[in-house]
Write a protein that binds this ligand. Structure first.
Ligand code: SF4
Length: 287
């Protein structure tokens, strides 16, 4: 580690790792987790009403992204989870996947599946990158949630991933009044040959804060949803791995598109700024 660039809190102290009951989270000696969410861009080709990281104009160039990936891997991060914004719209993503593999790391990708170029598909296959595709219900529900006609592209690209042998799973955000999507998406996954489905209950951060009255799950509805997911998990055991992924209780380590390192909570007010991925040293000026 370069001691000139430790991962520190704004107060100068190393951040305490988040606690979870029953186990001590693994950390590198610089306080980083073994896997980190890496925001390639904050641009997106959708406008989801609950977006955790809505467009803010950040869209770093390829060399900046490559330098950040190198820094993370050099400081003990083993898995770079590419996310966004929508990472698939950044032309550097295929080369970033190859770079992670060349440095001995592993990659993951979360995508809305709207755009999947042949180059990206090849890179995902070559690097054996697991891909999580966001699908939020049937055509009407999905398109309403993502703010555009996207269902046909997303499902077609999910099928392309599966046909290419890329390990692809699905994640679904559930909002108020839409608990039915759990069963709908589970049936879709079984039919498509998807083996893992993550259910994300809505949280009011990002764009979701303004939509919290419309999308927010009342405590009883959230409890019922969780119980239903548990029931379905047992019923589908062996055919579909059903997961409950609640970011309200699972803080997430993130490298933002502007290079800041954060521990993200259920709302922006709970976020912890951990530091920055340092920029590369300035080149000496030519005489
Ligand atoms: S949730 Fe994902 S796909 Fe939807 S607007 Fe945000 S970044 Fe784009």
């Amino acid at each position: 580690m370069n001691p000139a660039h430790p991962v520190v809190t704004p107060t100068g102290r190393r951040p305490a790792p988040p606690r979870r009951a029953g186990r001590t989270p693994e950390r590198t000696r610089d306080g980083l987790p073994p896997m980190i969410c890496f925001r390639v861009t904050r641009y997106c080709n959708a406008r989801c009403g609950f977006c955790l990281a809505p467009p803010d104009g950040s869209h770093p160039p390829a060399d900046t992204l490559g330098q950040r990936v190198d820094w993370l891997l050099a400081h003990g991060v083993r898995t770079v989870h590419f996310c966004g914004g929508e990472p698939s719209i950044h032309p550097a993503l295929p080369q970033l996947l190859a770079q992670v593999q060349a440095r001995g790391g592993r990659s993951r990708l979360t995508t809305n599946g709207i755009a999947l170029s042949d180059a990206l598909l090849s890179a995902l296959r070559a690097t054996r990158t697991p891909v999580k595709v966001s699908l939020h219900g049937d055509r009407a529900q999905h398109d309403a949630i993502v703010g555009r006609a996207a269902f046909d592209r997303t499902t077609a690209n999910l099928h392309r991933l599966l046909a290419a042998g890329v390990p692809a799973s699905v994640q679904t955000t559930v909002v108020a009044g839409a608990a039915w999507v759990v069963d709908w998406v589970a049936a879709f996954c079984l039919d498509a040959g998807v083996r893992r489905l993550s259910i994300l209950p809505f949280i009011p951060r990002g764009s979701g804060y303004a939509r919290r009255d419309e999308y927010g799950l009342a405590p009883a509805e959230r409890r019922a949803l969780r119980e239903h997911v548990g029931t379905q998990r047992r019923a589908l055991n062996g055919r579909l791995e059903l997961r409950w992924l609640d970011f309200a209780t699972r803080p997430l380590h993130v490298v933002e598109a502007d290079g800041t390192l954060r521990l993200e909570g259920a709302s922006e007010g709970e976020d912890v700024l951990l530091g920055h991925v340092p920029p590369p040293p300035a080149r000496p000026a030519h005489a």
